[in-house]
Design a protein around this ligand. Structure first.
Ligand code: ZN
Length: 215
């Protein structure tokens, strides 16, 4: 029997545990769902060192607050927010303060400014974990990501390439196989072309992120 322990999905350290992809906190507990379904069964995992375990960083909670804060997410996402996230936030004043400090009013609706750098770190880790879980080998290059749900942030002309990419996403992923076990929480598609690998992620049906792994 081999005693060699697996390496972390993100670095060359030996893994000390497992990281769920996506993090477990995105999946509601069955007691919090009207259907009582167990959505935490059969989740993807990758080996992880202590440093790169996102569940210990709190960044997964931040990401969860961002994606459940948008309009149009499905019932599972809304129930998860009502039953669990709100409750957890009330025990964690720092996260409320973080959002309150950054809130702004747009079109008479309260919106909050996203801490992009913080999401950046989270999504880069997430992308590397999903790449390993899907392909079985690690990604060593850079990862770019485009939050489709905030595509309006790319309204400046210097981001032409991204605007063009966003407008062609639906066509690009039309009829491409969907992956993911508990799809009401998370599912994804993969497209490979001459420029690299693209993954389109769906959280609660409507929060979408495009990942780019350039060649
Ligand atoms: Zn690591």
């Amino acid at each position: 029997m081999s005693k060699e322990s697996p390496k972390c999905y993100m670095c060359e350290e030996n893994a000390t545990g497992k990281e769920h992809v996506p993090p477990k906190c995105l999946f509601p507990k069955s007691k919090d769902l009207e259907t009582g379904n167990d959505l935490r069964k059969g989740l993807l995992t990758v080996p992880s060192c202590n440093l790169h375990n996102l569940e210990k960083s709190g960044d997964d909670e931040y990401f969860l607050n961002v994606i459940t804060g948008i309009q149009g997410i499905n019932k599972t996402g809304r129930q998860h927010y009502k039953k669990q996230i709100r409750r957890r936030n009330s025990r964690n004043p720092s996260i409320i303060k973080r959002f309150a400090d950054k809130s702004i009013e747009i079109n008479k609706q309260l919106a909050f400014e996203i801490e992009i750098e913080r999401l950046d770190v989270f999504i880069e880790h997430f992308a590397c974990a999903l790449f390993l879980a899907h392909f079985g080998n690690k990604w060593y290059g850079d990862v770019e990501w485009i939050p489709e749900s905030f595509a309006q942030i790319y309204s400046h002309s210097e981001e032409q390439e991204k605007i063009q990419l966003i407008s062609s996403i639906d066509l690009m992923f039309n009829n491409i196989e969907m992956h993911g076990k508990n799809r009401e929480v998370f599912m994804y598609q993969v497209v490979k072309d001459s420029r690299g690998t693209k993954m389109r992620l769906y959280f609660y049906d409507s929060f979408k992120i495009l990942l780019l792994f350039p060649k």
